[in-house]
Design a protein. Structure first.
Lengths: 341, 566
């Protein structure tokens, strides 16, 4: 999307916005508007793929993992109740029609509850944990990276990169469980009180500490390594040498000349990082028993709750598309050479 | 309280066994009760219930709430030998065994203070049997029991007039406010147990219709369930009522002060929804839960811990596991081959090495703690030499057996167990039988279609502690539905049908014993072990347990007598 140099093309999809394209803000508005319209076909194809993959997967929502299986007459009645007795293409058309009317259907797992209300209950947990993790990732990751680059081949560098390597190689379900064992269980045994009790009456308080750390560890490591490499690259540029030669203070050189230029590749990865936070919530919420949409998605897939699987997937895809859009827009403010089309 | 011959003597041996297993838990006199503000019991329910409408509840984690908030007509005695009064103070059976008349508790009340009437039971049972509501646990009510319900499977759930006439034609009636009458399709001595199921609860028509905003068509499943999601509208007749529902986290029960049997001691029962066993275990250790089921992986941790090991309890469940042989495939159509495989498994070694001794070996069908338990037939007991001799007699070579695959669910538990069992066969019979590990959903599809050689561990947990609930599994009509190996068993269908409609308890016991002998001797399946629960609860929790298949919430039937000691 980002084109360096040149004038932006007129928005073919939105000719009536053409008048706006003369200004930089106008170009941005067209770009954003067009990307939002593009989300409609994206969501449609996400629904197509998810719908047919989901129905292709073995098993039905009425399977029991053990014990008494439902009898055929009960299964027939359930299929009729939820419209699963119709051919698949009809079910698909009905679903798309309902989605156009913002009706995502009723969950199979929770009798009489709509997918929209279930996602409404869960999203704030996922958003708060993801948001806090995101706030942690940028300063910590970038800070560690810059520090390591400025002190290249010293103990600081080795320690930082050693930490980043270790953090990047531990999967988050291991980190989460380890933290529970060490901080909660062992502390309780030693002191009779425990830190950050996992999710007993989950609330938005100190229960957040462990899940947020667990979720952000890998992106922090990744961001730190990327920032270090990018900063090392920038340090060797002629304009930085010039800045030093002019006798500018270290503070000014680092912040104004090095940091700003070395951040561009980091910003590029923030979109995927955001996607990772959303998908990572699936595991973290399961480990810490957080009632967010990540866990709801896992449970829905396990029990073949078709409307819930589709609803969650659509929500995830919209969130990720919006995150990428924000990143693209952020380029404009970081790199003056970037023009949006 | 009941008509018909007593049968307590038969069950004494098994009941005794259960009492021994559970003796550490019974609330003995002399233990003083903690003050009311300490009467809070926090237990892990595992998963959030689908619904708080008892008729829609099919899993144990759902029944755990339903059994406490609603009360069926009867309830099992603690030793499971017979039923005892619950919402009905007594019942009569007509001499032909076809009509059950339940006399309700004269002071039975709903949590809002209104009296529980026979009409409430008629409405609750009509909802349960309404095909449009598609209740998951309805089978015991249409399958050979309630008159008129035998057509359940052939009613179009979208056709209002068909559904209406089906519901009105059911053999359910309330001649007066305190009487509820059920007519049966044929005599069924086990019907008293069906009346103990949590789904057989009364439901208030006025509450349902108010939540739906007026009366609605019998086929409108959405309106019919609108009452069942809010603590305000779930009005029950049980010892507890719901005070708070926090979706995905917990549900809180408080005493129903209008309950006919007196107010419960526990002032709050908090059922948490923690799906991950390890998370629950760490919460128990940090004091956030009072009772949990120990994950198998943590059993050795508990045993090695000085404090935890004293809080552990091993309780029998009415659940038996077996290996299912696909009898439609050679050479498993030969009973001698099935018997050889069954005799080549060292069950004691299995429960000790793989299950850490938390389950018990069994080579018979009806579990310990239930009517009909009898392990005297040792035809399937471990005996590798006899197993080899049987193979020779059948003329089956080791190579033929080695072609068989053991279909295994892709779960740690199944893989560990089946690896051990295949190893037993390969060691004791010299075969080379391999596992076929497939994802769980595909396994379920395959067993229903009969696409496997050997499958396990397969099993059954009691719906109610009567042999009928078990024996029916292996009838030929249940092929691919409840039993997946579809064995053709000489004389089995006849004896089970005779026992199911027999009203004399002594004769029933005799017939079911014959049925069990057929299953064992013809190696319908290879019985392996009975499941036990390994639970932890704090020393101040005083609770009695019944050995029901409640893997998440032990003792869920007795919260009204449970308490926290000082």
């Amino acid at each position: 999307m980002a084109v360096i140099e040149g004038r932006p093309r007129r928005g073919a999809l939105l000719p009536w916005f053409g008048a706006l394209s003369g200004t930089r803000g106008g170009a941005l508005a067209i770009f954003v508007g067009r990307r939002i319209l593009w989300m409609i076909p994206i969501v449609f194809f996400v629904i197509v793929i998810t719908f047919f993959l989901m129905h292709q997967a073995a098993g039905s929502p009425w399977d029991r993992t053990g014990g008494r299986q439902l009898s055929q007459s009960v299964i027939d009645n359930l299929n009729a109740k939820y419209g699963l007795d119709k051919p698949e293409w009809q079910q698909f058309l009905i679903y798309v029609w309902d989605v156009i009317h913002f009706d995502f259907g009723l969950s199979y797992q929770y009798e009489g509850k709509s997918v929209t209300s279930l996602l409404g209950e869960g999203w704030r947990y996922t958003a708060v944990i993801g948001g806090l993790a995101f706030l942690l990732i940028v300063p910590v990751g970038v800070g560690l990276g810059v520090l390591a680059a400025l002190r290249q081949n010293t103990r600081v560098d080795y320690a930082t990169m050693g930490f980043a390597t270790i953090a990047a190689s531990f999967p988050n379900f291991v980190v989460g469980v380890l933290m529970v064992v060490v901080l909660s269980v062992t502390m309780y045994k030693l002191t009779g009180g425990s830190f950050f009790l996992p999710s007993s009456d989950f609330a938005l308080d100190d229960h957040l500490i462990m899940p947020v750390i667990t979720l952000s560890l890998l992106p922090i490591a990744y961001t730190a390594r990327l920032t270090r490499a990018s900063t090392l690259d920038t340090i060797r540029q002629d304009y930085v040498r010039t800045a030093w030669a002019k006798g500018l203070s270290e503070r000014l050189v680092v912040i104004k000349h090095i940091l700003k230029n070395s951040l561009i590749p980091v910003v590029t990865t923030l979109g995927p990082t955001f996607a990772f936070l959303v998908t990572g919530s699936v595991i973290v919420e399961t480990v810490f028993n957080i009632p967010g949409i990540g866990r709801a998605f896992v449970v829905a897939v396990e029990s073949r709750d078709y409307p819930m699987i589709l609803g969650t997937t659509v929500l995830f895809s919209v969130v990720i598309a919006v995150a990428n859009l924000i990143v693209d827009v952020a380029y404009v403010f970081i790199d003056p050479r970037v023009r949006l089309t | 309280m009941h008509v018909g011959s007593g049968f307590r003597a038969i069950a004494l041996a098994s009941a005794g066994m259960f009492v021994v297993a559970a003796c550490g838990t019974s609330s003995s006199a002399g233990v003083s009760m903690a003050p009311n503000d300490k009467q809070i019991f926090r237990v892990n329910d595992g998963t959030e219930p689908n619904s708080y409408d008892p008729g829609q509840e099919t899993y144990t984690y759902e029944a755990a709430v339903g059994r406490n908030v609603f009360q069926p007509l009867l309830t099992p005695k603690a030793d499971l030998t017979d039923v005892q009064p619950a919402a009905a103070k007594s019942y009569d059976v007509s001499s032909d065994g076809l009509t059950y008349t339940f006399h309700l508790q004269p002071n039975g009340k709903w949590s809002d203070g209104k009296p529980v009437t026979g009409a409430d039971f008629v409405y609750g049972w009509q909802r349960l049997l309404n095909p449009a509501l598609a209740a998951g646990y309805v089978d015991p009510f249409f399958d050979g029991t309630v008159a008129g319900a035998q057509n359940y499977g052939s009613i179009d759930p979208a056709n209002t007039s068909a559904v209406d006439s089906f519901i009105q034609g059911l053999g359910l009636s309330a001649p007066d406010a305190t009487t509820f009458v059920v007519k049966l399709q044929h005599p069924a001595a086990y019907f008293k147990w069906v009346a103990t199921l949590w789904v057989a609860a009364p439901i208030r028509k006025d509450v349902v219709e108010q939540a739906a905003g007026g009366s609605f068509a019998s086929t409108d499943a959405t309106k019919a369930e609108m009452w069942a999601n809010s603590a305000n509208t779930v009005i029950g007749n049980g010892p507890f009522k719901i005070s708070e529902i926090v979706s995905k986290d917990h549900v809180t029960l408080v005493p129903n002060t209008n309950y006919w049997g007196g107010t419960a001691h526990l002032q709050q029962v908090i059922l948490k929804f923690i799906a991950d066993g390890n998370t629950a275990f760490s919460q128990y250790q940090t004091g956030a839960l009072d009772q949990i089921n120990v994950p198998v992986a943590d059993v050795t941790v508990v045993r090695g811990d000085a404090v935890l090991s004293k809080q552990a309890h091993l309780l029998p469940e009415l659940t038996v596991f077996w290996m299912t042989y696909n009898t439609k495939r050679a050479p498993l159509d030969n009973a001698d081959v099935r018997m050889a495989l069954s005799k080549a498994i060292d069950r004691d070694k299995l429960v000790n090495d793989v299950e850490h001794g938390t389950d018990k070996a069994i080579a018979s069908f009806f579990p310990r703690g239930m009517n009909g338990y009898d392990n005297s037939d040792n035809a399937q007991s471990f005996d590798p030499a006899a197993a080899k001799a049987l193979l020779q007699k059948a003329g089956i070579t080791v190579d033929q057996l080695s072609k068989l695959k053991l279909m295994t669910r892709n779960t740690t538990n199944s893989k560990t167990l089946n690896t051990f069992i295949a190893d037993q066969w390969n060691t004791n019979l010299g075969t080379n039988i391999q596992l076929d590990v497939i994802d769980s959903k595909t396994v379920t599809r395959n067993i229903r279609k009969g696409q496997f050689d050997i499958y396990g561990p397969d099993g059954w947990g009691a719906d109610y502690p009567d042999q009928q609930d078990w024996a029916d599994i292996f009838t030929s009509t249940a092929c691919h539905g409840l039993n997946f190996g579809c064995p053709t068993l000489t004389g089995y269908d006849d004896i089970v049908q005779k026992a199911d409609t027999e009203t004399d308890q002594a004769q029933r016991n005799k017939d079911y014993a014959t049925a069990q002998k057929i299953l064992i001797d013809q190696a319908a399946v290879g019985f392996i072990f009975q499941q036990y629960e390994y639970d932890l609860w704090k020393p101040n929790v005083q609770i009695t347990n019944t050995p029901f298949d409640d893997e998440y919430v032990p003792g869920d039937q007795n919260y009204n007598s449970a308490y926290i000691s000082a």
